[in-house]
Design a binder for this molecule. Structure first.
Ligand code: ZN
Length: 178
């Protein structure tokens, strides 16, 4: 079966492109410098989210070397703000919110990364293309509540903008009684 494909590979450019991705690994890429020749992969490295490939132009004169990054396409998710505006979901924004709340607290960057990754998984698992910013806010509060109580209070006091001192103290009391 494979030899059959090899014949096609040799004779027809169309087939070569069609099958290159499946039978011969990553498809050949045209050199960005000479735009004439195909390139070969000289080195390939991947972590969980991205594959990095070193490529070299097959043209004996050009021999241009460059790097490509292959990333999983994440579905689009829009965050709907309170005023109805929409913006592209960003894990970095969640992280920066978490970092701000956990400033000078005994919480590691790794812990925050895990929280953000879990949250993102949950958000995408909803299978919807939009998520209200309030849902994200609540999720961040939920996560901080178990992570660090001071960070939680910090975040909640800004996010919920407690109406008055009493409601803030109430929240604090229920929190400390747990
Ligand atoms: Zn080239």
């Amino acid at each position: 079966m494979r030899s059959l494909y090899v014949v096609a590979y040799n004779r027809c450019t169309h087939y070569r492109w069609a099958y290159a991705g499946t039978l011969w690994g990553p498809s050949p890429l045209i050199c960005p410098t000479c735009r004439q020749s195909e390139t070969r992969v000289v080195d390939s490295r991947d972590d969980e989210t991205v594959v990095r490939r070193r490529r070299e132009c097959l043209d004996p004169v050009c021999k241009h070397r460059f790097t490509t990054y292959e990333r999983m396409e994440t579905p689009r998710l829009m965050v709907v703000k309170k005023d109805g505006r929409r913006e592209q979901y960003s894990r970095e924004k969640i992280l920066s919110g978490l970092r701000k709340a956990c400033e000078k607290r005994p919480v590691s960057e790794h812990q925050l990364e895990v929280v953000a990754a879990d949250m993102e998984r949950e958000l995408f698992a909803r299978g919807e293309s939009e998520v209200p910013s309030t849902t994200i806010g609540e999720k961040i509060m939920e996560a901080l509540r178990t992570l660090d109580k001071v960070a939680y209070i910090r975040f909640a006091s800004v996010y919920r903008s407690f109406r008055d001192v009493e409601s803030f103290q109430e929240e604090l009391a229920t929190l400390l009684s747990k």
